[in-house]
Design a protein around this ligand. Structure first.
Ligand SMILES: Cc1cc2nc3c(=O)[nH]c(=O)nc-3n(C[C@H](O)[C@H](O)[C@H](O)COP(=O)(O)OP(=O)(O)OC[C@H]3O[C@@H](n4cnc5c(N)ncnc54)[C@H](O)[C@@H]3O)c2cc1C
Length: 454
């Protein structure tokens, strides 16, 4: 098969790489596109989009291929695949980076940290920049530097018609607003421009572990600690078994533990002070908080969520951890059957909540925490049904406390109303922008914002 002037690779079912090319991070997703258009430049993206329109093909956009709902790949249609476009160009003097639409966070972190710079990104280095950024972008640095979208300066976008345009505060500002949270609903982003901030490259960071039996005590302490923490401090609480990482002694592997991961975006001496009370809490099994290279910290947990394993997520935002909530979490967090299943609680606030709700398309800026209940099982393992049921049960138990959801944590089987839930008060404005830039809803293989009809 050929498409005129397309300079990337077209991978169809008869191609030796077809199965590898259609596979995404979540091994539970098994779809068969008619063609995977692996683009090598922005012009290829535009050519692929025009071809898709001419042929009336279903369109999926693939950045890093990490979305748990599997929206990066479709059945029968075309995958506009940016995985060969991973270039990152850092301008250390201007404090910004140009990042191609298929880059992974590890690509950005390494390039920026070579100059002692960073922007808020995901906490696993093999996650795609594009999908994460377009949904908002939460990570260790968000409380200090804002969401990923708060650091977005401009984007180069290929529209549903196959036109290439630039979007920023001054150019197509309505589109720029929508791209900062509205996901892949408006166009294919071939390149991003991010603001970078000084960081490290060595920061005080790492996890500290307690026995699962200490969960109540740790969470009661953590709620005060987190609510008084300076914006420099990012924390993520993880519930599950201790993974078999080289840094974790073998006798702790697979033991149920509550972990508080930390990263301090400021001077190490100050960080030591701030973290001292947490490290003095109870009897930790292991304290791995230490001066670390930020790039190493960013990839420390990569091997706990490998490509090709099966994943099922449920997620919601939560308020500050009241006694009732702590009880529900302690009761359910360790009830999964797979040793690889886990729960994460992200702590938002700080710079995230300081931006006005309507300033970008990211909904629910006021949320205190995002929780994600993640069933994980490897191919051939039979934990799937039990851990899907566990995640649903746990999610139902959180019902009275739920406060919206982060769009990028929505799974494949969510009701369409959950997309509305993700956007809250900004939803109607997103519909306006969608109606202007993609009236035919060409980009619907996503967490879809439907255009107005007629
Ligand atoms: C292990 C793991 C860790 C994670 N950690 C975090 C985290 O710390 N913080 C956080 O905020 N999120 C996190 N996420 C969620 C993450 O934000 C989403 O999975 C996101 O979709 C990943 O982006 P991607 O490019 O890999 O997505 P893909 O699966 O490639 O794409 C998902 C969707 O994004 C859109 N999209 C992708 N590329 C483009 C593009 N170039 N132009 C336009 N639209 C595009 C499309 O609609 C596509 O369907 C994590 C996910 C995983 C699996």
């Amino acid at each position: 098969m050929e498409i005129d002037e397309f300079q990337g690779r077209l991978i169809t079912v008869d191609h030796a790489d077809y199965d590898a090319a259609r596979a995404i991070w979540n091994g539970a997703i098994d779809r068969y596109p008619r063609v995977i258009a692996r683009c090598s430049r922005a012009a290829d993206v535009a050519i692929a989009m025009r071809y898709a329109r001419e042929q009336n093909l279903e369109v999926a956009i693939r950045g890093g291929g990490h979305n748990v709902a599997g929206t990066a790949v479709c059945d029968d249609g075309i995958v506009v695949d940016l995985t060969a476009m991973r270039g990152v160009r850092v301008d250390p003097v201007g404090g910004m980076a140009q990042v191609q639409g298929g880059a992974l966070w590890g690509d950005v972190d390494r390039a920026a940290q070579a100059h002692g710079l960073a922007t808020t990104g995901g906490i696993i280095s093999h996650t795609g920049v594009a999908g994460l950024s377009l949904g908002g972008g939460i990570g260790w640095l968000m409380r200090k530097h804002g969401l990923t979208v708060d650091n977005l300066l401009a984007a180069e976008v290929v529209t549903a018609e196959g036109d290439l345009l630039r979007s920023s505060e001054d150019e197509h500002p309505d589109l720029f607003w929508a791209l900062r949270g509205g996901g892949g609903n408006f166009g294919v982003v071939s390149s991003f421009e991010f603001r970078l901030n000084p960081l490290g490259p060595v920061v005080l960071a790492g996890p500290i572990f307690w026995d699962a039996g200490d969960t109540g005590e740790v969470l009661h302490f953590y709620r005060e600690f987190a609510s008084n923490a300076p914006e420099e401090l990012g924390t993520v609480v993880r519930f599950g078994t201790a993974p078999p990482l080289p840094a974790i002694p073998e006798e702790l592997h697979w033991r149920p533990v509550i972990m508080v991961g930390t990263c301090y975006a400021g001077p190490i001496a100050e960080a030591e002070q701030v973290l001292r009370p947490l490290r003095a809490l109870g009897r930790p099994l292991l304290d791995l908080i230490a001066p670390s290279r930020y790039v190493d910290h960013q990839s420390a947990f990569d091997s706990t969520v490998m490509h090709g394993w099966n994943y099922y997520w449920k997620s919601t935002y939560l308020p500050a951890l009241g006694d009732d909530l702590i009880e529900v979490i302690a009761e359910n967090a360790f009830a999964a059957s797979s040793p690889r299943s886990y729960v994460l609680i992200f702590h938002l606030g700080g710079a995230v909540g300081r931006v006005a709700e309507a300033e970008t398309a990211f909904g629910n800026r006021e949320a205190t925490h995002a929780i994600t209940l993640d069933g994980v099982w490897r191919p051939g393992e039979d934990y799937g049904d039990r851990d899907i049921a566990w995640a649903r049960r746990f999610f139902a138990a959180l019902d009275s406390q739920r406060e919206g959801v982060y769009v990028n944590f929505l799974g494949a089987d969510e009701a369409p109303e959950r997309v509305r839930e993700a956007y809250g008060s900004v939803y109607d404005r997103l519909v306006e922008v969608k109606t202007k830039y993609d009236p035919d809803n060409v980009f619907h293989h996503n967490q879809n914002i439907q255009p107005r009809s007629g």
